[in-house]
Design a protein around this ligand. Structure first.
Ligand code: SF4
Ligand code: SF4
Length: 344
């Protein structure tokens, strides 16, 4: 693996070079609405001149929007009378232009790998993955709501990142993690990192290594016991089913598909949906298997901590803490896990 050492000025030069060749995005410092149609909420387009400022901890908006845009057009059609193609569904021409997302934290990089498990055969997600390079920054500080190490991650991990930057004294160590990362540094004159910098980074990684926690007991736990735990009732009573936790979560990936027709022009779109909404699980027959709040709340947590691991192995949570920060009624997944362990 290639490892370089760069100064902050060299980082600016790199950003400038990337923004001339690709679409480059960096985190906005607030969850502001999208500034333009080519920029997702919580992110900003970098034109090369803007200095990169990163918040401590996870970025306000997660990276899932680059792989799983909200909304995404799947098909287009016309319903104009007498149009020869009336009713004919066509796939829209999708951009294949490379997008470089800078400032990704290790928890979010890991979330892309987790979402890739159920979306392995989703052509839209995979096309977006192919054209997106992730330039990440390891965390030199964490927030009280961060718990990535409990969920199998690490604040200094490079997993899932094409380039990983780690702060070191007066600059950054840059690790090339993939062919996309290789392409991003090709043609730039960079100084190889010295041995002491590489050793210091390895020591940091060793110290922060995710430990097998007792949470793994949940994976092995008996589903019936977890499902019938009395705790769900009080949790369901508190939850107002606003769905905020699911939309901000990098590993929530549920969607709905709808047709939208404006002045005879139609598009079939998929957009983010939330298992916290009663309509989400409503059957056409009128039956709703999760019609009660308690059922929906239980489903969200059991999906992350039991159903997903049963099917794919890891928990469907990277410990970014966004839901802990944003839940209006202070539901904290860490407390839910503690309560579930007491049941097990
Ligand atoms: S953010 Fe909190 S109140 Fe809203 S749906 Fe999620 S758990 Fe319920
Ligand atoms: S469940 Fe909460 S802590 Fe876990 S990945 Fe989603 S938003 Fe982050």
């Amino acid at each position: 693996m290639k490892v370089f050492k760069i100064t902050p000025a060299e980082l600016d030069t790199m950003m400038l070079a990337w923004s001339k060749a690709h679409r480059v995005y960096a985190p906005a410092l607030t969850k502001q609405p999208a500034a333009s149609s080519d920029c997702a909420p919580g992110w900003r387009r970098v034109d090369g001149s803007a200095a990169l400022t990163l918040p401590t901890g996870p970025t306000p908006a997660s990276v899932k929007t680059f792989f799983f845009p909200q909304p995404e057009t799947l098909l287009t059609y016309t319903l104009e009378n007498n149009h020869p193609d009336k009713g004919l569904m066509r796939e829209p021409v999708k951009s294949t232009e490379m997008q470089v997302v800078v400032g990704v934290r290790p928890c979010d990089a890991r979330s892309v790998l987790l979402n890739n498990l159920p979306y392995q055969e989703d052509p839209f997600f995979q096309a977006n993955r192919q054209r997106t390079a992730l330039v990440g920054f390891t965390c030199d500080q964490t927030l009280s709501t961060c718990f990535c190490t409990q969920m199998g991650g690490s604040p200094v991990d490079s997993e899932g990142l094409d380039l990983t930057l780690s702060r070191t004294g007066d600059g950054f160590i840059v690790e090339v993690g993939s062919a996309k990362g290789e392409a991003l540094v090709a043609g730039l004159t960079l100084t190889p990192a010295d041995e002491s910098g590489i050793t210091a980074l390895a020591a940091q990684r060793n110290a922060a290594k995710a430990e097998a926690t007792e949470l793994d007991r949940l994976k092995a736990g008996e589903l019936g016991k977890l499902y019938d735990a009395p705790m769900w009732q009080s949790l369901g009573d508190s939850c107002i089913n606003c769905g905020a936790c699911t939309f901000i979560c990098p590993t929530c990936y549920c969607f709905d598909i709808q047709d939208e027709v404006v002045r005879g022009q139609g598009r079939r779109i998929r957009y983010w949906d939330s298992c916290m909404f009663p309509l989400y699980s409503l059957h056409t027959s009128g039956h709703n298997p999760r019609g009660k709040k308690v059922q929906r709340t239980r489903n969200r947590f059991l999906h992350k901590l039991k159903y997903f691991p049963d099917r794919f192995g890891p928990f469907s949570c990277v410990g970014c803490g966004r839901c802990v920060q944003d839940c209006p009624v202070n539901i904290d997944i860490r407390e839910v896990m503690t309560d579930l362990l007491a049941v097990e």
